[in-house]
Design a protein around this ligand. Structure first.
Ligand SMILES: *[C@@H]1O[C@H](CO)[C@@H](O)[C@H](O)[C@H]1NC(C)=O
Ligand SMILES: *[C@@H]1O[C@H](CO)[C@@H](O)[C@H](O)[C@H]1NC(C)=O
Ligand SMILES: *[C@@H]1O[C@H](CO)[C@@H](O)[C@H](O)[C@H]1NC(C)=O
Ligand SMILES: *[C@@H]1O[C@H](CO)[C@@H](O)[C@H](O)[C@H]1NC(C)=O
Length: 325
């Protein structure tokens, strides 16, 4: 299928999936820790040293790696957790539901819902997948609200379909009841997904939700939910490379001033000659792919929150070789 080819030839969506998995994994460990030391896989600093032989000889002095600045509060614990994930982390995908209707497979891998499609596709092909539910750390509920929308299902019917499906899984399998869904996760992109899960408030409250537009007004719960990076597919132009000499703009942003931060940003920076700050969204009338070409010419691409928290600008920036900021 075309979708499979697109997935195989484009490394970015895979990188996004790995990001999301790492985020889900971190939440999973926090959850295990909250259950108490007996349930948590041991992640002591001693053990992380053993995983990194270079520092085992002199545990008292700080090793070169730990003395480097790091984005992690505790790089050793993170490294040990990451190695543990690579070794043993497993996801079980419930097999129920006819793939021809709303389950198992993404509808398409294009447009602003592409993240949802890639998430479904990549997790099915992932090495983290297990077919043995007894080995699973997390359970994926493979229902696609986007596909329901594609089939013209009403919001009322969507809510009923999702509710019936999830309640069916709860009754058929023992896994939900063990944690009341805390080790389950699902994907909801944009407003469709939010509406579709309205019939299951306890699932929205307990399970990990990967959301494309995690505004706080869609009940995004920061301690357990995950922002799934948006990606608009296909990209209009090929990826940008290591071509710093052509990046003559220091910064670039063009878009609607539909949030407080954007209004301030435009007001403060609009006349700065080192930056390319556009008064408004650049539209096609100005010229073919003018917006995309700006990414090639810029060092830092500003990605301010708009009416939604998330933005496809971040993945656009990475693709065109501009540092998102
Ligand atoms: C909603 O479900 C009802 C009952 O199954 C069905 O008759 C109706 O056509 C559905 N409507 C839409 C818009 O999906
Ligand atoms: C899970 O709990 C619910 C509510 O107590 C119950 O109706 C359901 O049958 C249980 N599921 C399983 C598989 O035991
Ligand atoms: C920089 O731009 C020029 C002119 O468009 C182009 O020929 C050249 O290949 C670009 N350099 C890199 C490294 O992409
Ligand atoms: C930018 O230039 C316009 C037109 O000259 C002016 O009205 C505006 O106040 C300037 N903005 C800033 C932040 O200096």
């Amino acid at each position: 299928m075309a979708g499979r080819l697109a997935g195989a030839s484009s490394p970015l969506p895979r990188a996004l999936l790995i990001l999301a998995i790492v985020a889900i994994f971190s939440i999973f460990f926090l959850f295990l820790r909250s259950l108490g030391p007996a349930a948590a896989p041991s992640l002591s600093v001693d053990e992380s040293r053993r995983l990194r032989p270079s520092s085992s000889s002199s545990p008292s002095s700080s090793s070169p790696e730990t003395s480097l600045p790091s984005v992690y509060h505790s790089p050793e614990v993170f490294a040990a957790g990451y190695a543990e994930m690579e070794r043993s982390f497993k996801v079980y995908i419930y097999p129920d539901g006819d793939p021809k209707t709303f389950y198992q497979t993404p509808r398409k891998l294009t447009g602003k819902y592409a993240s949802e499609g890639y998430f479904f596709q990549n997790i099915r092909e992932s090495r983290f997948r297990t077919h043995d539910p007894d080995r699973a750390d997390l359970f994926f509920v493979p229902i696609s609200p986007h596909k329901m929308r594609g089939k013209g299902t009403s919001y009322e019917n969507m809510t009923m379909i999702v509710k019936d499906y999830v309640e069916g899984l709860m009754n058929k399998y023992p896994y939900w009841n063990r944690t009341l869904g805390a080790d389950h996760f699902f994907v909801t992109c944009h407003d469709v997904g939010v509406r579709a899960f309205e019939g299951l408030p306890f699932m929205v409250k307990n399970s990990i939700r990967a959301v494309c537009s995690p505004s706080y007004n869609v009940d995004f719960i920061p301690h357990k939910d995950v922002a799934l990076p948006q990606v608009l597919q296909p990209f209009a132009l090929p990826e940008g490379g290591n071509d710093i000499e052509n990046r003559t703009n220091l910064g670039f942003w063009a878009g609607h001033r539909n949030s407080k931060i954007r209004v301030i940003l435009a007001r403060v920076w609009e006349n700065d000659t080192e930056l390319a700050i556009s008064n408004n969204r650049i539209n096609r009338a100005i010229g073919e792919l003018v917006y995309q070409k700006q990414f090639y010419r810029t060092k830092f691409c500003i990605c301010p929150g708009g009416s939604q928290v998330n933005s496809a600008r971040i993945s656009d920036s990475i693709h065109y070789g501009c540092v998102p900021g």
